[in-house]
Design a protein around this ligand. Structure first.
Ligand code: NAD
Ligand code: WQD
Length: 337
């Protein structure tokens, strides 16, 4: 297949590009580089051994997207391009409505104009808000707890509506849990700008010495060790899930909404210990107050993905820590893995 990846130079998009190329698919990347390093395309070409067309454009620019789709006729689009910081979304809701919701509408318009009728979409477990219980199944109620989460729900609904009204032949809403890790080659990984919001990049930067310690946001939750529990998923497993979901919906012309997680809950302290074991580095911690808006615990029931397109996560938390560290250490010029 030939596939256009919006946001394909970003963290999850670049790993998915690598996974698709490995399975013999052709990739086209469309990205405005708002949150991607300029050297990602060259790194991907080194990794895959393939020339990858890169279109520098904004998904809200319908003529540019139509032109890209006409120049590179594709079987499907995988739609990663979005803003993803919860705090920023609360500070600037209109920015998020514009980039995420209007951006998705413009992309869907361009696809319709270019007669591209299949899409895989990056949704998020954030659509479940504070769930009543875990493991979470896809038919659990969705809840809006912040502007970012609202945009994901609206984007899912837009895509579901177009599938229901047959404007799209096939669509996959993939609800990621907590993606972490990096490609084992060390060529691609996550490069947060400024102070990382998320746990794994923060821990990795403590390990390099860029930050003095990890603040553990709350140790009085109703969890086995009192710290927040999440379902971390290796980005390489997540990338493979995109390839399998894409192949499934394109072959069968169906639409699906599926969780992508491991099904395992890991606490903040368990993750820190796993990181120390996997890397031999010590992570100093300081217990801090709870972070506003945080959920105590959530993890996926990932059975539907396995039933539907034969995917299950293969990599464990130690693999995630080791690969995050390899990437972060090489960025920091540390050579000990
Ligand atoms: P990322 O920021 O690394 O990648 C997004 C890419 O989209 C970047 O390369 C950015 O330059 C590009 N982009 C942003 N706005 C654009 C626009 N208007 N036009 C063209 N390109 C644009 O983020 P990521 O972690 O790879 O996330 C990818 C998707 O997965 C996002 O939709 C995100 O909401 C979703 N998601 C991420 C996580 C996570 O924890 N990383 C979890 C659940 C869902
Ligand atoms: C994980 C755990 C923190 C940092 C966020 C978004 C979500 C999704 C993924 C896109 C929590 C704790 C963290 C730190 C800490 N994104 N923590 N110290 O909050 O589960 O999810 O990213 O869709 O929408 O909300 O991930 O990595 O920020 O936090 O103790 O410095 O680590 O309290 O328990 P989260 P996270």
């Amino acid at each position: 297949m030939r596939v256009l990846l919006t946001g394909g130079a970003g963290y999850i998009g670049s790993h998915t590009a690598a996974a698709l190329a490995e399975r013999g698919h052709e990739i086209v990347i469309l990205d405005n580089f708002a949150n991607a390093e300029r050297d990602v395309p060259a790194r991907l070409e080194r990794l895959t051994g393939k020339k990858i067309p890169i279109i520098e454009a904004d998904i809200r620019d319908v003529p540019a997207v139509v032109a890209a789709l006409r120049e590179h006729p594709v079987d499907a689009v995988i739609h990663f391009a979005a803003l993803k910081a919860v705090g920023e979304s609360e500070a600037d809701p209109l920015l998020y409505y514009d980039m995420n919701i209007i951006g998705t509408i413009r992309l869907l318009q361009a696809m319709q104009e270019a007669n591209v009728t299949r899409i895989v979409f990056s949704s998020s477990a954030t659509v479940y808000g504070q769930p009543d219980s875990s493991p979470i199944l896809e038919d659990f109620p969705t809840r809006v707890e912040n502007i970012y989460g609202r945009t994901k729900l609206v984007m899912e609904d837009l895509i579901r509506d177009l599938a229901r009204t047959k404007k799209l032949k096939a669509a996959a809403n993939l609800r990621y849990f907590n993606p972490v890790g990096a490609h084992p080659s060390g060529q691609i990984g996550e490069t947060p700008r400024g102070v990382p919001n998320n746990l794994m990049p923060y821990v990795s930067q403590v390990a390099t010495g860029e930050r003095p310690h990890l603040r553990v946001f709350g140790n009085d939750y109703d969890t086995p060790d009192g710290t927040g529990v999440r379902d971390y998923i290796h980005v390489v497993d997540l990338a493979e899930a995109h390839a399998l979901a894409l192949e499934h919906i394109v072959t069968n012309d169906v639409s699906i909404t599926v969780n992508l997680g491991t099904g395992e809950g890991t606490s903040v302290l368990q993750l820190v210990t796993a990181f120390e074991t996997a890397t031999g580095r010590t992570i100093p911690i300081v217990i801090a107050p709870r972070r506003p808006g945080d959920v105590s615990s959530y993890y996926a029931n990932p059975a539907l993905a396995e039933q539907t397109f034969g995917w299950r996560a293969k990599l464990n938390v130690e693999d995630m820590c080791r690969d995050s560290w390899r990437w972060q250490a090489s960025r920091a010029g540390i050579n000990d893995i």
